[in-house]
Each structure stands twice: as structure tokens, then as C-alpha cells.
Design a protein around this ligand. Structure first.
Ligand code: DO4
Ligand code: MG
Length: 285
């Protein structure tokens, strides 16, 4: 089941259940005004199945504006969880290279802060590249949506936009390479009810087009992630509380070739087979 936040006709935020490719069921009319209380329940899928049995108003997807599926959760990201990410980062850096090698094998994963919820870009919005960077890339990632207890309540698609030249120059610049205006996109909605075993079967595919022409495409499988999801979530919630829950990006397994950098107006399309498509155009910030 896919759960979304959307606007329809007025500016009020509504909660929807995705019925099919063209229709949303408006849960707001059944008293659901936020995602978080649903994600806090023991069994969000059962709760959604109960709600779906009610007679709910239908909204055409084409007339709704999808919003990022986050409310007050902090967004964090795990890094160097795929072998491809480790090798690409070792190649782009000089004295920082051993840090990537070590963190890939270490017990403690790399986890960094990525975004406040209100800064997250929705599907259809503009994702940012820094004007002071020369080498900008998208990072297509599966995102875990965790409730306040650290339990995985859903999955969504994330784009961890990154400046590789800034990160590659010095690892201490990582926050500047990763956290800036419009650097985090999430959406189009939350997939509720999938187990980790199921999610590990999903494929992640990225396509980047420039003035209507494909300039890069790549694919990986979620099953290539080296660490278990509960291991990543456990480290995030260690010595830390998230009263509103958190979103945790699980790292990238697709890295475009060294000569590739994003341009203004490029279109980035990320598909996760069990969820849907997150699509953003690029803007310079
Ligand atoms: O170590 C830097 C960031 C790694 C990352 O974002 C990733 O592997 O996806
Ligand atoms: Mg990343």
C-alpha cells in the first residue's frame, strides 16, 4: 500500500492512499490528517486496510500536487554501504581514501545528517546543484521511514544530491558537499508493509536526461547493500531520540562515470521497482 501527502484545489495538506496509477483515495475525510500517527501504530498496513474499506472520496492523481512524504522527521543518510560507493569515493579522493575503505568494513557505519523535513524537495520539484561546485551528481537511494521507536514503518525513494569535488577535496567538507538548498528529494510516496526480504529484491534504476536526450542510466539492486536495515536504524537511534521519527537514506550503489556532472535543467528519474518513480529537474542554488 502506498501512502502520500498531497494538495488538491486548496493549500491544505491532505493524506492519500494510492488506489492505482491515476487515483488517490482521500484519507483526510476519514479523519487522517497526518502520516505520523499511522506510522506510530503497531501495524500500519492493517490500519490502512481498515481505512481502505471505508467509502473514501477519489481524487485524480493528475489534479493533485504530491508533497514530500515527510512531516517533522529529520532526514539522515548512511554512506559507503555499497561496494560501488566505496570504490568511487576512493578514486575521487586523495588522503581521505582510506577513510572510505575503513568505514565500509567497520562495525560502525557512516551516518550523517542530511535535511530538515521542511527543506525536502518532493517529486516534481527542483533538486539543487551548488553553484560553487564543478562536479555534481544525484545519488539514488532507498529510504527507510522509521517511527519514534526506530521501527521501519515504510520505504520511500531518496535522492542524496552531492558535490563530488567538494567531498573529494577533503572529507571534512562532507556537510558542505551534502547539505545545501534542495539537496534532498524524497517521494513520490511511502510504501507501507514491505519486509526487508521483499525490499532487498527491489531494483533501483536511474535515468538522467538533458534537453530530451538520455545522458546517463544505471541500475543496481537493493540486495547489494552490505548492512542489514535494522543495523543501520539501530546505529542511528543509538544514544539519540527522534520523537517524530526519522528518515534514513541507505546509500548509493550507482555512481556515474568521472566525466559526468549534472547541468541546470537536467531531469533525474529514479525508479525503485517496489515503490514508484521520484523525478526532479535540476536547478543551480
Ligand atoms: O562518504 C560519503 C557519503 C557516502 C554516501 O552518501 C553514499 O554512499 O551514498
Ligand atoms: Mg548517499
Amino acid at each position: 500500500m502506498n501512502l502520500c501527502r498531497f494538495k488538491f484545489k486548496t493549500d491544505a495538506v491532505r493524506i492519500g492512499l494510492v488506489a492505482d496509477d491515476s487515483t488517490l483515495l482521500d484519507l483526510t475525510s476519514a479523519g487522517v490528517t497526518q502520516l505520523s500517527p499511522l506510522l506510530e501504530t503497531e501495524n500500519p498496513s492493517a490500519e490502512l486496510a481498515r481505512l481502505a474499506d471505508k467509502k473514501l472520496p477519489r481524487v485524480p492523481v493528475a489534479e493533485a500536487q504530491l508533497l514530500a512524504p515527510v512531516e517533522r522527521q529529520e532526514v539522515w543518510a548512511a554512506g559507503v554501504t555499497y561496494l560501488r560507493s566505496k570504490t568511487a569515493r576512493m578514486e575521487e579522493s586523495d588522503f581521505s581514501a582510506t577513510a572510505y575503505d575503513k568505514v565500509y568494513a567497520a562495525e560502525r557505519p557512516e551516518i550523517f545528517f542530511k535535511s530538515l523535513a521542511e527543506k525536502v524537495v518532493a517529486s516534481g520539484g527542483a533538486a539543487g546543484i551548488r553553484r560553487d561546485a564543478k562536479w555534481n551528481v544525484p545519488e539514488p537511494e532507498l529510504a527507510l521511514v522509521l517511527n519514534s521507536r526506530g521501527k521501519i514503518a515504510g520505504h520511500t525513494i531518496g535522492n542524496d544530491m552531492s558535490s563530488r569535488d567538494i567531498e573529494g577535496e577533503n572529507l571534512l567538507y562532507l556537510p558542505q558537499a551534502k547539505i545545501y538548498d534542495r539537496s534532498c528529494a524524497l517521494g513520490p510516496w511511502l510504501r507501507v508493509g514491505a519486509s526487508e526480504a521483499e525490499a532487498r529484491e527491489w531494483k533501483i534504476r536511474i535515468e538522467i536526461s538533458r534537453v530530451g536526450k538520455d545522458v546517463f542510466a544505471g541500475e543496481t539492486s537493493v540486495g547489494q547493500i552490505k548492512r542489514r536495515f535494522d543495523e543501520l536504524a539501530g546505529f542511528l537511534y543509538r544514544c539519540q531520540v527522534f520523537p517524530h521519527g526519522a528518515v534514513l537514506l541507505t546509500g548509493t550503489g550507482i555512481v556515474p562515470p568521472e566525466q559526468f556532472t549534472l547541468n541546470e535543467s537536467d531531469v533525474v528519474r529514479i525508479e525503485v521497482s517496489g515503490i514508484g518513480v521520484l523525478q526532479n529537474h535540476v536547478t543551480v542554488v
